[in-house]
Design a protein around this ligand. Structure first.
Ligand code: 13P
Length: 256
């Protein structure tokens, strides 16, 4: 059984005091969630502050992005060694907002994935189709292309450290959640792709998260799908109660 990963992507939200408060509110009740891993991904500038709020509580720390080069003249960027240095364990890569607003390509995501893996940071590689692609029946093809490009040359030894996140772009921040059947169909195909690339045993170890309008009231049915191993949460992760309620739903599925 894969332990569900319940990840909060705070995006470009919070300020120094609200980031510390949100982290403290999550930490305070993190002990209630025993069968799911909790992860918070604050804005880069608040990573150290959130790390300090977490202390030694069972909440992991992740970044929302990084650059693939190890250091040097890259104004405004953050390297993987900097993320390691401040204690991050995960990094979200290729989020649809980075792909569609900042123009990141699969090749960019692939370079970052390799840099993260080489440095021992666990990448959360995001894939997902646009509404027009879904309506044109291109979902599988689009996601297969993103997987191939983003995970090119990732070895069988490395893939177990990778987390995949399926986030249909039309479901992000819109309140339009994918139905559990729609999500499971894509997740099952992602698992199949991992089986084709590696083997069934390896594919079985990889956690595949769903993201896109996950809320406390839809979490349990989504997380109850056989190939959904956690959630990547935007809006609802900014409220400790909602985030923890989603984590409790993930833990309940494990206990069922
Ligand atoms: P929402 O949960 O706000 O739809 O955002 C999802 C997301 O993009 C998480 O990375």
């Amino acid at each position: 059984m894969r332990t569900p990963l319940i990840a909060g992507n705070w995006k470009m939200n919070t300020d120094s005091s609200s980031a510390a408060e949100l982290a403290a509110a999550i930490v305070c009740r993190a002990g209630e969630v025993t069968d799911a891993e909790l992860l918070v991904c604050p804005p880069t500038i608040y990573l150290t502050q959130v790390r300090d709020s977490i202390g030694d509580a069972a909440v992991s720390l992740g970044a929302q992005n990084m650059y693939h080069e190890s250091g040097g003249a890259y104004t405004g960027e953050t390297s993987v060694s900097m993320l390691n240095d401040i204690g991050a364990k995960y990094v979200i890569l290729g989020h649809s907002e980075r792909r569609h607003i900042m123009g990141e390509s699969d090749e960019d995501v692939n370079k970052k994935t390799h840099a993260a893996l080489q440095a021992g940071l666990r990448p959360i590689v995001c894939v997902g189709e646009l509404l027009e692609q879904r309506e044109a029946g291109q979902t599988t093809e689009v996601i297969r292309g993103q997987m191939e490009g983003s995970l090119a040359d990732v070895t069988a030894e490395q893939i177990s450290s990778v987390v995949i996140a399926y986030e249909p772009v039309w479901a992000i921040g819109t309140g339009k959640v994918a139905t559990p059947e729609q999500a499971e169909e894509v997740h099952a195909d992602l698992r199949k792709q991992l089986t084709e690339r590696y083997n069934a045993e390896i594919a079985d170890t990889v956690r595949i998260l769903y993201g896109g309008s996950v809320k406390p009231d839809n979490a349990e049915t989504l997380l109850g799908q056989p190939n959904i191993d956690g959630a990547l949460i935007g809006g609802a992760s900014l409220k400790a109660d909602d985030f923890l309620a989603i984590a409790a739903a993930g833990a309940a599925v494990v206990q069922a």
